[in-house]
Ligand binder design. Structure first.
Ligand SMILES: Nc1ncnc2c1ncn2[C@@H]1O[C@H](COP(=O)(O)OP(=O)(O)OP(=O)(O)O)[C@@H](O)[C@H]1O
Ligand SMILES: [Mg+2]
Length: 321
């Protein structure tokens, strides 16, 4: 359990004409991956930094599992929360292993446990321990540094992860593979993740929920599907590029439009799509096979169904918005 609740949270920096974060209220449910999306300067980083008390709100409160975070010592709080930033923030004079060990050491873990944790995490982010343990950050590519940054943030097994444009400075291919990694981690480890981005495609790919900010305020907090198909206002509509239907279908996952069926009695030889496939792929399967209905599978097991109508509904709502 790690629910984060923002309750009328505002922060006005000294001398600023208006608050950087302005009366934000929302609840981030435990185990959810929420992408905070919005233009430069809208308050994303400021909102994030209040969660681990790098900044304190001027008013309002933030609750972690119902507890006001002001009642938790900042150092203790930061050991419970993983934090990944754009330039990886690795300590340049420490090896990869030493970087990853920072929080476990602070937590007083015994040495053998720390050593095996380092290897476990390096394996998790797909960097073979033998090869990478003793390197210095300068001896790694940008993408590898980000992976180590991620491993370091995961080291103390925090329930909450804050990620501030962690892949911003990385080429498109590496970025996609790191995004896959996050999705895999999320399914595997069930972290509550707050992930800042200003890349719409990244948000659609990763998010269970998208939180859209404009000038310090939350303008919409909803599923990717709803943000695309029922944008709260014109700003959201434009931000999401909601008028390009084909692109959208390529970005939305099947699971956002499918109907869950409790009875897995569907699988009778008809075409299947994976719940993680894009709606565009599903559409092409329907067009190619002429099947009226697709069975949606998750690791081979049927979990739902999808018809042309479900796809058309999602697309037409977007087009008429
Ligand atoms: N330490 C600070 N002191 C004063 N003003 C600040 C400080 N940090 C941020 N601001 C201001 O607060 C507002 C929100 O900044 P913030 O960094 O949260 O934006 P952001 O959404 O993360 O933008 P970006 O996408 O460019 O990272 C901006 O107007 C910024 O200038
Ligand atoms: Mg920022």
């Amino acid at each position: 359990m790690s629910t984060i609740r923002f309750d009328q949270v505002s922060l006005k920096f000294p001398g600023a004409s208006r608050p950087a974060v302005d009366r934000c209220s929302c609840e981030i449910e435990s185990g959810r991956l929420v992408v905070i999306l919005g233009p430069s300067g809208c308050g994303k980083t400021t909102l994030l930094k209040m969660v681990n008390r790098l900044y304190e709100p001027t008013s309002g409160q933030i609750l972690l599992d119902g507890e006001d975070i002001r009642r938790i010592k900042a150092t203790a709080l930061r050991q419970r929360i993983g934090y990944v930033i754009q330039q990886s923030g690795l300590f340049p004079h420490m090896t990869v292993a030493q970087n990853i060990a920072v929080v476990p050491k602070l937590l007083g873990w015994p040495r053998p446990q720390i050593q095996s944790r380092i290897d476990e995490l390096l394996t998790l982010v797909e960097l073979p321990p033998l090869e990478y343990r003793n390197r210095y950050p300068a001896q790694l590519s940008g993408g590898q540094q980000q992976r180590i940054g991620l491993a370091r943030a995961l080291a103390g097994d925090p329930k909450v992860m804050l990620m501030d444009e962690p892949f911003g400075a990385i080429d498109a291919i590496t970025r996609t593979s790191l995004q896959d990694e996050i999705l895999r981690l999320q399914r595997q480890l069930q972290k509550t993740i707050l992930f800042v981005s200003h890349d719409v495609e990244e948000a659609l790919r990763l998010a269970d929920y998208i939180l859209i900010m404009q000038r310090g305020q939350i303008v919409q907090y909803d599923t990717p599907f709803n943000v695309l198909t029922k944008p709260a206002n014109e700003f959201v509509y434009n931000l999401m590029g909601a008028d390009d239907m084909v692109r959208q279908l390529g970005l939305l996952r099947v699971e956002t439009a499918m109907i869950n069926t409790p009875e897995p009695a569907l699988l009778n030889g008809g075409p299947t799509v994976d719940r993680g496939d894009s709606l565009r792929h599903a559409l092409s399967v329907i067009l190619k096979t002429g099947a009226p209905k697709l069975t949606v599978v998750d690791q081979g097991a049927p979990v739902g169904e999808l018809t042309l109508e479900h796809i058309r509904d999602s697309a037409s709502v977007a087009a008429s918005a």
